[in-house]
Design a protein around this ligand. Sequence first.
Ligand code: ADP
Ligand code: TYD
Length: 209
Amino acid sequence: MSFFISIEGPDGSGKSTQARLLADHLANQGYDVLFTREPGGTEIGDQVRRVIMSLDNKRMSPEAEFLLFSASRAQLVRQVIQPKLAAGGVVVCDRFYDSSLAYQGYGHQLEIDQLRAITHFVTGGLVPDLTLLLDLPSEEGLNRRKEAGLWNRLDDYDLAFHERVRAGYQRLAQAEPQRWVVIDANRSKSEIQSKMQAAVLPRLGSKSG
Ligand code: ADP
Ligand code: TYD
């Protein structure tokens, strides 16, 4: 039984922390789990990631940005995600295409339907079975990242951009409530993890049964 979980949310909402904890928990439960992330997750994707994130690339257009994220994603799907799912495994991915809809679509205000059409080509139509949204006020997340010394080119966009991203995520979740579970990320790390596990485990069980 394969199962594909994506973890989404604004910068600093705790995705990297929580996605790893979730993957470890599922592995301890006996599932065959692969943890990966976007952008990156492959050697080619990690090279693209460096181009996207570099603070030297402030002139990058939103369209170029979207296509670079998409290039990394196309490689990750073929090289890592699809093979694991084909082998019946569970994949936990720190960000997937909803990040592009939220950041390049709602954040940069590129045409969402165009992004969806290109994304269908990029992913071969792959859609997560479950998407967990770690929801947090944008300012709070950016403060966490600043304190942790985790600043990149996208964090550097203005607050209005980050607020559009957060609102965009909320709209995406409302539009597909059967796929998304929204989790309040303004909680302790352990509370958030418990809510994530409570969302995942019954769905994994029902898919296998
Ligand atoms: P993201 O991947 O969403 O950017 P991270 O997991 O990298 O988030 O966390 C960003 C920063 O916030 C890190 O310094 C992390 O230790 C801190 N952090 C993560 N979760 C919480 C939490 N629930 N409460 C307070 N700080 C947190
Ligand atoms: P990363 O350091 O992984 O941030 P985080 O820990 O918050 O996930 O950087 C990823 C950045 O790229 C983040 O600002 C979100 C952005 N992003 C997009 O704008 N579009 C995308 O499609 C993806 C995957 C990420």
